[in-house]
Design a protein around this ligand. Structure first.
Ligand code: ADP
Length: 445
């Protein structure tokens, strides 16, 4: 453990004791999204395709069979419960698997099947008769590398000859030896050390190079340069795959350095709406009454799964403690948990062990929990000036596209100030927030 980082943590705790959780880092957000999601994010949007090299044919497939994969790989895919390719996979996979290999830049929001696509393409190109690394996948953090490694392990379950090695902190290779595994998944710093400094493997023998989460990579100091240094050592024939959830100029400039002659595919993010959401507010006099309201609607909210948002960590932990004392099973997720603890909490929630998750804003931005049917705003979202934070409200409650299941939002209002916030939100979206008598939870449809 780094004593310095511990000291920082303590400082942070002192500074906003019990306070409002700040924004989370892009890497952390990406990780939480991966963990919290059960399946694909569905989309109705069309792919945008740009071809730098018009001579390369472009296919699209509707089944995995059409890809003529090794049977053991196909078996792995089906065992993971994938029946058909996702939207982005329909176009990405035939290109990624084509011969001669083609380069690709793909951008689509988290959850659309990018990881599964490149893992499949990479695995299918591995030649197990050669005992050295052929695939190199760079991830921005330890945790994200592990997530990708787990996908690769699952997909290659029926290909026991394929070996995978993590190049992340904590992993060791003995001096003077060579890595014999076929696929390396790691963070840029460790990969640089292992390849250039210790020569545990030869970058010149890599045939597939994946740069995953490029937008997160850029957001991490020093990572971009390290990636470029690694990239420079790769053979010119190496297939380059570049993935990002967003599409800023910075990301695209990075992509241009890494990938020549690419096929670029983009899947635009679907807008969040409140269209299928039934919104309510409950009038309470104080925090105590809010608590009573929660217990009154508990039976209804636990028919599905619910997230309860609180403004501060103090409120969140108070609520969690009190509900637990009263015999309810709840999980709590707040900014003072370590990454490991957050993963554990989210895993339990996703598995349905806890049907209620109490949280601060950590989860609110961009993280969609598809199975959540009810969102309770224990505190309405406000900005620093204590004005309605409509954007956060939409992120907490909104669903995307016509696939978005219907949901229920319940806002607990306990002061003229919070009533004003509620009204402002209602006005902003032009969608009625109905009055609900919490004593009579049957009113909830
Ligand atoms: P991304 O890398 O874009 O975030 P992932 O590849 O991690 O997306 O996929 C998101 C989720 O959808 C994962 O839980 C994954 O197992 C699942 N998934 C991916 N492809 C398919 C598919 N073709 N059919 C069903 N589920 C899929």
């Amino acid at each position: 453990i780094d004593p310095k980082s511990n000291a920082n943590n303590e400082d942070e705790k002192k500074n906003n004791d019990g306070g409002v959780d700040g924004p989370i880092s892009p890497a952390e957000k990406s990780l939480l999204q991966k963990i919290v999601r059960k399946g694909l994010v569905e989309t109705t949007n069309e792919l945008e395709i740009q071809r730098k090299n018009p001579s390369s044919p472009l296919f699209s497939i509707k089944t995995f069979e059409e890809l003529h994969l090794k049977p053991a790989l196909l078996e792995g895919i089906y065992a993971m419960g994938f029946n058909a390719p996702s939207k982005i996979q329909e176009t990405a996979l035939p290109t990624l698997l084509a011969d001669p290999p083609q380069n690709m830049i793909a951008q689509s929001q988290s959850g659309t099947g990018k990881t599964a696509a490149f893992v499949l393409a990479a695995l299918s190109r591995i030649d197990t008769s050669k005992s050295y690394p052929q695939v190199l996948c760079l991830s921005p953090t330890y945790e994200l590398a592990i997530q990708t490694g787990e996908v690769a392990a699952k997909m290659s379950l029926y290909c026991p000859d394929i070996k995978i090695k993590y190049a992340v902190r904590g992993e060791e290779v003995s001096r003077g030896s060579k890595i014999t595994e076929h696929m390396i998944i790691g963070t840029p710093g460790k990969v640089l050390d292992w390849s250039l400094k210790f020569r545990f493997f030869d970058l010149n023998k890599i045939t597939v190079f994946v740069l995953d989460e490029a937008d997160v990579m850029i957001a991490t100091q020093g990572h971009q340069d390290q990636c470029i240094r690694i990239h420079k050592m790769l053979p010119r024939t190496c297939q380059m795959m570049f993935f990002s959830a967003t599409y800023e100029t910075e990301v695209m400039e990075f992509a241009e350095i890494i990938v020549s002659n690419p096929l670029i595919i983009r899947l635009l993010k679907e807008e969040e709406t409140l269209d299928n959401i039934k919104q309510y507010y409950v009038k309470c006099k104080n925090t105590e009454e809010k608590y009573v309201a929660i217990t009154n609607i508990y039976g209804v909210i636990t028919i599905g799964q619910a997230i309860i948002f609180c403004h501060t960590r103090r409120t969140a932990s108070w609520l969690a403690e009190r509900m637990t004392k009263d015999g309810h099973t709840v999980g709590i997720l707040s900014g003072d948990l370590t990454v490991e603890q957050r993963i554990a909490v989210l895993d339990r929630f996703r598995e349905g062990i806890e049907k209620v998750l109490i949280t601060t804003n950590v989860l609110a931005r961009g993280i969609d929990v598809a199975q959540v049917t009810i969102v309770v705003n224990f505190d309405l979202p406000m900005d620093q000036n204590r004005k309605a934070d409509c954007e956060t409200y939409l992120h907490r409650i909104g669903r995307t596209g016509r696939f978005g299941k219907s949901g229920i939002a319940i806002n607990l209002v306990d002061s003229p100030e919070s009533m004003a916030v509620c009204k402002a939100i209602e006005q902003h979206f032009g969608k009625k927030i109905h009055y609900l008598d919490a004593e009579d939870a049957d009113e909830i449809e």
